[in-house]
Design a protein around this ligand. Sequence first.
Ligand SMILES: Cc1cc2nc3c(=O)[nH]c(=O)nc-3n(C[C@H](O)[C@H](O)[C@H](O)COP(=O)(O)OP(=O)(O)OC[C@H]3O[C@@H](n4cnc5c(N)ncnc54)[C@H](O)[C@@H]3O)c2cc1C
Length: 358
Amino acid sequence: MTEKSDSSYDYLIVGQGIAGTSLAWHLHNAGKKVLLVNDSSLPSSSKVAAGIFNPLTGKKLVKTWLADDIFPYAQKFYSGLQEKLGAKILHQASIFRPFRSIEEQNSYLSRTSDPGIASYIKDTKHEIIPEHVHTPYGGMEVIQSGWIDLPVLLEGSKVYFLNNNQYLESAFSANDLIFTEEHVIWKNITFDKVILCQGYFAKDNTNFSWLPFTPVKGQILEVEMEKLSVDQIVNQGIFILPVSGTTCRVGATYSWENLNWEVTENARIELEEKLQPLLKVPYEITGQLAGIRPSSHDRRPMLGIHPDQPRLGIFNGLGTKGVTLAPFFAKEFTEYLVHDKELSEAVNIKRYFSLYFR
Ligand SMILES: Cc1cc2nc3c(=O)[nH]c(=O)nc-3n(C[C@H](O)[C@H](O)[C@H](O)COP(=O)(O)OP(=O)(O)OC[C@H]3O[C@@H](n4cnc5c(N)ncnc54)[C@H](O)[C@@H]3O)c2cc1C
């Protein structure tokens, strides 16, 4: 790491969700001195997320954007972090998709002839049929999937950076930043650059309020039920994610209105209406969580440097897939910051500069 005094760092990273945490680790591993600042009294999408990574999504079984690159990288990153922190973070689990009808069975099975899809589907001879859900038409098992225990990852990372004097529990306001030719100063500490990783709250930051944030509220239930298998997630319109023993999470809802962090009765009903016909076993709801996904207009991450302020950057727009997008694009952002390697056009905020200059 570059030798710096306690009042001098390379990067100030604002926000310790999965975006800020992934970026902090990548910059730290590249030998840079980072300071993470986070206000834990604010709600966070990462603390609510189920943490699932699923290479084939939707009714049409579409391969997730850049899955062949992003998924192996995310798994490598999380397993390395798991070893470093000595805590279980990466849970490999297949995703069983019960067919709704014979038609769906035929159309899904025909999709498996696509070699790009086939590598993500388990051979039917080895499929395991879940015991807790109805599967009258059978189903298919997606592999190279699983979930990340985000609360464990976030807490372990926080403790690591705290022990290195690289984590500060504090509210942040961009109004307190002082930009000079050589540095940016915040609370008498100097930095080379400040990178905002504030999730939903980035929209309140006047420096970047011109970006097309399109936040999506989501809710999940915490549920108890019998006959869960810990290494298998079920997905049919909703997911049933076994966490441990008889505990699972069920979600999620998507709402572009009433963007607040409150749980609602309507969301519970919506999830139960999908859960009940799927289940063979009784269940009990023990909790409910709500969060706001920091999505973008074109559903791609938004990262890069401010058009008029070279010492200010942003890492946002992780939307519904923060778990897989964060490590890959934290790596890309780090290569840009440290080695000046160009960012991909699809994620660079340059694609929206016309909104800033209009
Ligand atoms: C119900 C639900 C289910 C989801 N399930 C999945 C899933 O299964 N798989 C998946 O990949 N994704 C899932 N997501 C999406 C995932 O949560 C997001 O993509 C991801 O967490 C976004 O991370 P982030 O770091 O950008 O934002 P956040 O996690 O919201 O982090 C932002 C951080 O910035 C801090 N902060 C903000 N402003 C300030 C300030 N002014 N001062 C100090 N600190 C500040 C906050 O305290 C917070 O810690 C889900 C989301 C929801 C809501």
